[in-house]
Design a protein around this ligand. Structure first.
Ligand SMILES: [Zn+2]
Length: 378
């Protein structure tokens, strides 16, 4: 039965495989890493939106703290909690130990060139460096800005990795003004006084049957094709290669032998399991007996894949920093530490990184492992 659902989903989902083309009106120039903002390709029709919560007070308050932060730093936006009967947008928490992202934002549907509903999912199996910043950042996605990945943008609200507290910068504001064509107060938040404290704004506590029914209803609509996903973006943790080495249960080099399976969890959380042939174990703290083949789970599949985290390719070589986790079905699994930051493509012994935030592009594999292990491996 489960298999059938998965297959149906892949089939119906492949109909909107080209979802990135279903973008909203063409706004011309779309920003760039050097401009410090990027247009996501679709945005909420106005600077006002509402949502209901289908989660616990803990997650609701984390989101509200993000809302306050966003509103404090970006004048003129309204994000209001309403009862589940009055909004088709919602925030949700879901425990996905196999996923490496901390939160994701999805747009559904399209009407008059705009998405018709949104969903923000928190991965309650993970701990973020700043849930408040993650919340404000996800709201930035609702209002149409895309993730930035280059190191020079690491202090922008829309930087795509969770590296702690960040504030809306003038370039983020330029991006929002570009999208909504309005002048936004140009004062840049540079305060570094830390997080806004988490506080409650008078909870409309609809963490009840109705809100959860709404989640189920959306999931069913996605399966039967009534709701189409038009854009997904997820925030992955920022992990340096040294931190990844430290944190890893296994550090290996090898190549992808084959794709074992691809699937969705909770309808729209995409994964691919790879059979990976290991050539070298650079670190192995588990009693693994160095098997030749390992099954490795990566976020994304052929239906939904993540920006800057391309799926590994059969026959290609990689350096991987892995952690063993127990997934929601109580199965042991290996996942990449930090998603994109735990996966380094190799070509003829040289590291190949498209977005090189760690300055490792072009390093030989020996330099790379020596540096990552702080000289432990020579
Ligand atoms: Zn993002």
């Amino acid at each position: 039965m489960l298999k059938k659902i998965v297959l149906t989903l892949i089939v119906s989902a492949s109909i909107f495989l080209n979802f990135t083309n279903v973008s909203a009106h063409n706004l011309g120039s779309k920003g760039s890493e050097s401009a410090g903002y990027l247009y996501v390709g679709s945005h909420w029709p106005s600077r006002s939106t509402n949502y209901s919560e289908a989660t616990s007070d803990t997650w609701e308050n984390r989101f509200k703290s993000g809302v306050s932060k966003f509103k404090n730093e970006n004048i003129g936006y309204s994000i209001t909690e309403v009862s589940s009967a009055n909004s088709s947008n919602f925030i949700e928490s879901y425990s996905a130990p196999s996923a490496t992202w901390v939160a994701q934002r999805t747009f559904y549907g399209i009407s008059n060139d705009h998405p018709t509903r949104w969903r923000i999912q928190y991965n309650s199996a993970k701990s973020a460096n700043s849930w408040t910043t993650v919340g404000a950042h996800e709201i930035g996605h609702i209002y149409g800005l895309a993730d930035l990945y280059e190191d020079r943008n690491s202090s922008k609200l829309m930087y795509g990795y969770d590296n702690g507290v960040r504030y809306t910068q003038s370039s983020d504001k330029t991006g929002f003004s570009y999208i909504y064509g309005v002048l936004i107060a140009s004062n840049v938040m540079t305060s570094s006084t830390g997080e806004l404290s988490q506080y409650s704004l008078g909870n409309i506590d609809n963490n009840d049957e109705a809100a959860r029914e709404k989640v189920k209803e959306l999931n069913e609509k996605v399966i039967n094709g009534e709701e189409k996903i038009i854009d997904v973006s997820a925030m992955f943790p920022e992990v340096s290669k040294e931190e990844a080495f430290e944190e890893a249960d296994l550090v290996i080099k090898g190549s992808v032998k084959s794709i074992k399976s691809e699937y969705m969890e909770n309808i729209d959380i995409p994964f691919t399991d790879f059979i990976f042939e290991v050539d070298d174990y650079w670190k192995n703290v588990l009693d693994l007996n160095d098997p030749e083949n390992l099954i490795i789970t990566q976020d994304g599949n052929s239906v939904i894949s993540f920006n800057k985290h391309p799926l590994m390719k059969v026959g290609e070589e990689y350096f991987l920093f892995l952690k063993r986790i127990i997934d929601s079905n109580n199965q042991g699994k290996f996942i990449l530490i930090g998603g994109p930051n735990g996966n380094f493509a190799l070509e003829k012994g040289i590291i190949q990184e498209e977005i090189d935030i760690q300055s490792v592009n072009g390093e030989s594999e020996y330099e790379f492992i020596r540096n990552a292990s702080n000289g432990e491996i020579k």
